[in-house]
Design a protein around this ligand. Structure first.
Ligand SMILES: Nc1ncnc2c1ncn2[C@@H]1O[C@H](COP(=O)(O)OP(=O)(O)O)[C@@H](O)[C@H]1O
Ligand SMILES: Cc1ncc(COP(=O)(O)OP(=O)(O)O)c(N)n1
Length: 264
């Protein structure tokens, strides 16, 4: 018997400690039982103490990766992660539109939760004007949502307004991931769907330093579940639970800010 798995793709950077970026995406794809392909955009030298160096790949090489996958695979859903700068985003958009890689889940990676910048500031506008309009789902964290809508989000009404603005920019479905700084026992993500349905996804705050790669995992899980046939709403709910369980069932890796548990 030949087993078949839905084929998905991540367009992301490699994080050398395995906790985030492409490694978190691929771990999630494996765990959620889809076959993951990968377009590498950059490589970062990271460990549980932080990111120490970063190197963007040449755009011609990125385009060659796209062609290699397009020539051989039937990709059902694609997700983006670290895209570094405007020329990388342009190469990604050009190749994504040239071939058929399915709906796009955009994780607009700007900064890690420990403060390392993964997107040049000049590229925010490119993300807003050129990438967001292609997004079936966009999944900014609290900080990224503020950067993209260019205003501080101080209460729930402002988060709801920000989600509407992101939808007006062209994203069909929006997930704004909530703050988790320990000030509240609940972490709340806000979801605004294409048809206007909206809700808060709540879970308990988990007090741990092992939360590297949570955003990558969340968006990769949405891509995987959507590829397997879930609706966007179901895929988001499954991704929230999977990410939460992976944070809760901590593993002992690294000396500082460790990875989450993709085996969960
Ligand atoms: N300490 C925590 N306790 C509970 N949920 C968390 C915690 N940290 C992150 N999450 C959840 O993980 C998911 C990813 O969010 P986040 O960590 O903000 O993304 P990013 O990695 O893009 O910054 C969200 O659903 C968020 O609510
Ligand atoms: C190569 C690379 N890409 C993305 C990240 C950040 O991952 P994300 O899950 O969005 O954020 P953290 O939870 O890791 O802060 C990364 N570190 N490396």
């Amino acid at each position: 018997m030949v087993n078949e798995y839905p084929q998905v793709m991540t367009i992301a950077g490699s994080d050398s400690d395995g906790s985030a970026g492409m490694q978190a995406d691929m771990n999630t794809f494996l765990a959620r039982k889809v076959y993951g392909t990968s377009i590498l955009t950059a490589a970062v030298a990271g460990n549980s103490y932080g990111i120490h160096a970063s190197h963007a790949l040449p755009v011609d090489f990125i385009k060659a990766e796209f062609k290699a996958i397009a020539d051989d695979f039937k990709i059902l859903v694609t997700k983006t992660g670290m895209l570094t700068d405007t020329k990388t985003i342009h190469a990604v958009i050009e190749s994504y539109q040239k071939y058929d890689f399915g709906p796009l889940i955009v994780d607009p990676v700007i900064i890690t939760k420990h403060g390392a910048m993964l997107l040049e500031q000049e590229a925010y506008e490119t993300v807003r004007d050129e990438l967001i309009p292609l997004a079936t789902v966009i999944t900014p964290n609290f900080y990224e949502a503020q950067k993209l809508v260019e205003s501080e989000l101080q209460n729930e009404d402002e988060i709801i307004e920000a989600a509407k603005k992101l939808q007006a920019m062209g994203a069909k479905n929006v997930v704004i991931k909530g703050e988790h700084n320990g000030d509240s026992e609940i972490v709340k993500d806000y979801v605004l769907l294409e048809d206007g349905k909206n809700f808060w996804l709540e879970d308990e705050y988990i007090d741990t330093e092992h939360i590297n790669g949570t955003g990558d995992t969340y968006s990769a899980c949405i891509a995987a579940e959507f590829a397997k046939g879930a609706s966007i709403e179901e895929a988001i709910k499954i991704a929230k639970k999977y990410t939460h369980d992976a944070i809760k069932n901590e593993i002992a890796v690294g000396h500082k800010f460790g990875p989450i548990n993709h085996w969960v």
